[in-house]
Design a protein around this ligand. Structure first.
Ligand code: UT7
Length: 331
């Protein structure tokens, strides 16, 4: 754990979810699946889909505006904008730069960060380091995804899982001793890169009539192997985080887990012996929103007034790369 006089805290949160809902019953009419299979295997009941004509940038902007408002800041006061996403508007320029223009954040540097579903935790750790180093004072961190646009709606193994949404937080240095980010645990295992990927559209396999015919512009996932990886990496990361932070599971007021599968969440919760109210869930309402899942959870708990100053929170995410990331903080 970095011992430092500077404390870095989340001073504002925001979220944006599209209005359009796609229920399991809707999916029953699209592919060979059932509401019962989806609920028992994943915990998902419905997910949100971004309307035609809107993009990742629109969701990122709505979440960012809310987070800035809650932090009492204007875009022009930001020093850095980080957008974690696997579904940027374009390969380049980055969504972060487009967002910088929308927010009028003339003084902010801006870049996207790609670390799959762990992207938000990775981006949070980057923003934290920029503030610790003294290079920045006000950092906006966004997790925004439009997974519906890279979902194969003919593949029942994946199309029931994903949803669209965005969450954002503002990071700032604070004076209070008993508040702020405490430590991070980040990791990667590129030998598992092929387990969860978007095969075409990058420079290794540019778009062609062939890649479109072969449906290579959609998510490909080996669900079983990713599941096994997640069940291993979540408790390992949590154990290392708690060791680094010198805290025990019983001291955690909140555990925020990446919302990929309710069975993965429940297995971690039961292993740590935490009551359900300390491990919030929105996968039933939104499905897997990749890098947006944890910031949306944070925003929902903060907006409901359940997060109190001094609460001890842990968050862990895992995903494509393969990557994993965890953080411990006092609210
Ligand atoms: O956020 C990024 C990280 N991603 C994840 O963490 C995802 C991790 N993986 C998972 O959550 C699970 O592996 C899934 C939910 C994706 C799949 O659950 P599973 O219990 O591992 O199912 P399975 O893939 O082993 O499939 C079991 C059966 C198969 O049929 P057979 O071969 O046993 O006859 C599948 O064909 O379920 C079938 N199946 C479906 N049936 C109805 C697969 N998808 C569906 C479906 N509806 N949508």
């Amino acid at each position: 754990m970095i011992k430092t006089a500077i404390k870095v805290a989340i001073t504002g949160t925001g979220a944006a979810l599209p209005e359009t809902r796609l229920t399991n019953q809707d999916l029953e009419k699209m592919v060979d699946t059932t509401d019962e299979w989806i609920i028992t295997r994943t915990g998902i009941r419905e997910r949100r889909l971004l309307e035609k004509g809107r993009s990742n940038l629109d969701l990122a902007e709505a979440a960012a505006v809310m987070a800035l408002e809650n932090a009492g800041l204007k875009g022009a006061e930001l020093d850095l904008i980080l957008v974690a996403t696997v579904t940027p508007d374009h390969l380049f320029p980055s969504t972060a730069c487009l967002l910088q223009a929308r927010l009028g954040a003339h003084h902010a540097a801006a870049f996207d960060l790609s670390a799959g579903c762990s992207g938000f935790i990775y981006a949070l750790s980057v923003g934290y380091q920029f503030i610790l180093s003294g290079a920045c004072r006000r950092v906006l961190v966004v997790g925004a995804e439009v997974l519906s646009r890279i979902t194969d709606w003919e593949d029942r193994a994946t199309c029931v899982l994903f949803g669209d949404g965005a969450g954002a937080v503002v990071l700032q240095p604070v004076r209070e001793e008993d508040r702020g980010l405490l430590c991070f645990e980040l990791g990667a295992d590129g030998t598992g890169a092929g387990l969860l990927a978007l095969p075409a559209g990058g420079s290794a396999c540019p778009a062609s009539a062939e890649t479109i015919k072969n449906r290579q512009h959609f998510i490909r996932m080996n669900g079983n192997e990713v599941f096994k990886f997640a069940v291993r990496v979540v408790p390992d990361t949590l154990a290392r985080l708690m060791e680094q932070g010198g805290v025990s599971a019983a001291q955690l007021d909140y555990l925020f887990l990446h919302q990929a599968n309710l069975r993965i969440i429940e297995s971690a919760r039961k292993r740590l012996n935490l009551p359900p109210e300390r491990v919030p869930v929105h996968i039933d309402r939104y499905g897997n929103m990749s890098s947006a899942s944890i910031p949306v959870l944070l925003h929902e708990e903060a907006a409901a007034g359940r997060l109190k100053r001094g609460h001890l929170l842990a968050a862990v995410a895992f995903g494509a790369g393969l990557t994993w990331g965890g953080m411990l903080m006092r609210w």
